[in-house]
Design a binder for this molecule. Structure first.
Ligand SMILES: [Cu+2]
Length: 250
């Protein structure tokens, strides 16, 4: 009985402690826009989604095939009589070859698809394509606990990145202090922002709107504040936005 009361008191203390912490922390920051990478938003995310669905389909087929074969064998060849001796087999070369080469071919195909997609996510459209020629380069710098974006022409913005629709944006990321991670799930792959190292990848949006993201590398007490808002606008809106931005300080 005494133990039960002690546990109840403990639970109340934990609940009160959690409530006090929540009050002290204040309202949680809210990400602007959808962060579900499966809803698309541009060519890089579409290619990640394609990879996800291809892997899901292949692994589901393997699961159903292997699981189905196990179930079939367990039912079809179950022991029906205590004295029954099953037929004795000593290997089957054709079958063994098939279940060695089949998975090998499947894994090789998935590997190639993966390498090609990751290359595209990192480098963007091929340099010869008209889209690549319009590419815009933006420098992303992470620091505790916010992001800055340096645009062409020495302009800079804080926390919110504004980009034109249907133009590949090459991002180079780095950090001024600890490890951060840049990710806007609707627009492209995750990119590490590391001190002393410059990474690059590209994002692209095929519709106007606001897309949310955040730092995905735990970087300190303000990590949850390190949100990213990407506003995708028309080319003319982007150009007038740039004109009104202050000059970069970095
Ligand atoms: Cu962080």
């Amino acid at each position: 009985m005494k133990l039960g009361r002690a546990i109840a008191v403990g639970k109340v203390a934990v609940a009160l402690g959690a409530a006090a912490l929540a009050l002290a922390a204040g309202p949680l920051p809210v990400i602007a826009g959808n962060t579900n990478f499966l809803t698309g938003g541009g060519p890089p995310t579409d290619s990640i989604d394609m990879l996800f669905y291809v892997f899901l389909a292949c692994s589901s087929a393997v699961l159903l095939g292997v699981g189905g074969a196990i179930l079939y064998a367990a039912v079809r060849f179950r022991r029906r009589d205590p004295d029954e001796m099953p037929r004795q087999v000593h290997g089957n070369n054709r079958l063994e070859l098939a279940w060695t080469l089949g998975p090998l071919a499947l894994l090789a195909a998935l590997f190639v698809l993966n390498v090609v997609t990751v290359g595209y996510l990192r480098n963007g459209p091929s340099a010869a394509s008209p889209a690549a020629r319009q590419e815009i380069h933006i420098k992303v710098i992470g620091r505790q606990f916010y992001w800055t974006f340096d645009y062409p022409g020495g302009k800079s913005s804080l926390r919110t990145l504004e980009i034109p629709v249907n133009i590949p944006i090459e991002l180079t990321t780095s950090s001024l202090d600890v490890i951060h991670g840049f990710w806007v799930p609707n627009l492209g792959a995750k990119i590490d922002a590391l001190p002393g190292i410059v990474n690059h990848a590209f994002i692209e949006a095929n519709r106007e709107g606001t897309f949310g993201g955040q730092c995905y590398e735990f970087c300190g007490v303000g990590h949850d504040q390190m949100l990213i808002t990407v506003k995708v606008v028309s080319m003319s809106q982007y150009q007038s936005y740039l004109q009104h931005l202050p000059k970069s300080s970095t």
